[in-house]
Design a protein around this ligand. Structure first.
Ligand SMILES: [Zn+2]
Length: 411
């Protein structure tokens, strides 16, 4: 038997309490308003402990409690037999983050409350073309300031999460390389922290797509899943064994630059025949005879034309769909996921040429991993990445609710 000194025992019970606060807050953040009786069952704690924990979170302003419907837990024949179970609800208006989704042809900045509610958002569209990182940072700063001006006094801004289509160094939010934006070694995290006056966390768009879909979307409850982000290029966000797979510095998942067609088209990464040269947005526009750089709206226009019977659009969609099926097979052969989520432009291609994608996938993927995988579209639609950026910004608070809140209210 381990005998703990008095101080050590106190320290350990304090750790347990902090862990329970984190688990409880995370649960209501993900699942929304939850009856205390449900929390006792989910967390495996007794009623008075749950009461104490929710009391602490209420006092901190992170959740509120309201009387819920009476639960008839006692004598069913007695009219007063039910007792009200308080419902614990995240304080969405009071505790917020900024979420930023930087794309090649779009920029979205949103205020997102605890619990995942989008409180307000501003969307901008661009034509494809080199956009200087400093200009983008300045635009985000301006839009962010406009959104922050709406925040009521008394609310707490925890920080900002930023999604970028590129390789992001985990430790400091430096964008090492974003080929589709033309950025190299861009200090996005540091510059935005200065511009917004908030802590800033930066992540790769596909990594944040799978994060959101894993927390509250098509991969909820799934331990092995891949989100393929199709915006200009293609990137993979990977959950393996229940944990994000980022590689040593965070650069894993650049599946768009796996060579799928040796001797094929030149890629802007400097190689040739990369997967995204055959099924990225730009290839679709080129084959469909559309101007390059149309973004998601342009992909939707080609998809609609294909459905409407335009032969060139149909052929372009079918070409891209075949390569999408082949490349997805490579991903499934390498990672044996339970779910593959096709996001962005890939969702549109799958929507109108799903049979072609699946036919190519079936002849290319190995039988064993193929039996276990479902190919699906995102539950969060085009907002997976934006929601994932918010989840990234909430993470410190969810891990250490009172400590992180104290930091933010002191600053
Ligand atoms: Zn490439």
């Amino acid at each position: 038997m381990t005998v703990l000194a008095q101080g050590a025992r106190g320290a350990r019970s304090e750790d347990v309490r902090r862990g329970n606060l984190s688990t409880l807050l995370r649960y209501v953040h993900v699942h929304g308003p939850t009856a205390r009786s449900r929390l006792t069952a989910v967390l495996g704690l007794n009623r008075s402990t749950i009461g104490d924990l929710t009391g602490e979170l209420v006092a901190a302003g992170l959740v509120r409690e309201e009387p819920g419907r009476a639960e008839r837990v006692h004598d069913r024949s007695s009219s007063s037999g039910g007792r009200p179970s308080y419902v614990v609800t995240p304080e969405s208006e009071r505790v917020q983050v900024l979420a930023v989704d930087v794309g090649v042809t779009h920029l979205t900045v949103a205020r997102i409350g605890l619990g995942g509610a989008v409180l307000s958002r501003i969307d901008r569209s661009y034509r494809r073309g080199a956009r200087r990182q400093r200009d983008v940072t300045a635009t985000i700063g301006k839009i962010g300031a406009a959104l922050l001006a709406e925040v009521e006094s008394g609310a707490v801004l925890i920080g900002a999460g930023v999604a970028v289509p590129g390789m992001v160094r985990r430790r400091d939010g430096q964008v090492r390389q974003a080929p589709n934006l033309g950025w190299k070694d861009a200090p996005v995290g540091a510059e935005l922290a200065r511009a917004l006056g908030l802590p800033v966390w930066v992540g790769n768009d596909a990594d944040l797509g799978i994060r959101a879909e894993h927390v509250r979307g098509a991969a909820a409850g799934v331990d092995d899943a891949v989100y393929l982000s199709g915006h200009s290029g293609i990137g993979a966000g990977i959950i393996a064994g229940g944990l994000p797979l980022g590689g040593r510095a965070g650069y894993a998942g650049e599946v768009g630059h796996t060579v799928i067609n040796p001797g094929g088209l030149p890629c802007h990464c400097g190689s040739q025949g990369c997967w995204e040269t055959e099924c990225g947005e730009e290839r679709l526009f080129e084959l469909a005879g559309r101007p390059l750089g149309g973004g998601l709206a342009g992909v939707r226009e080609v998809a609609a034309a294909a459905v409407g019977g335009e032969p060139v659009a149909r052929a372009a969609i079918e070409h891209v769909a075949s390569w999408l099926g082949r490349g997805t097979a490579n991903v499934v052969n390498a990672l044996n996921p339970e779910v593959v989520i096709l996001g962005g432009a890939l969702e549109e291609v799958f929507g109108v040429a799903g049979a072609t994608v699946l036919a190519e996938f079936e002849v290319t993927a190995l039988a064993a991993p193929q039996e276990q995988v479902r190919i699906v579209t995102p539950h969060l639609g085009p907002d997976s990445t934006l929601v994932g950026a918010a989840e990234l910004a909430f993470e410190a608070l969810l891990s250490e609710p009172l400590l992180e809140l104290g930091r933010r209210t002191a600053s």
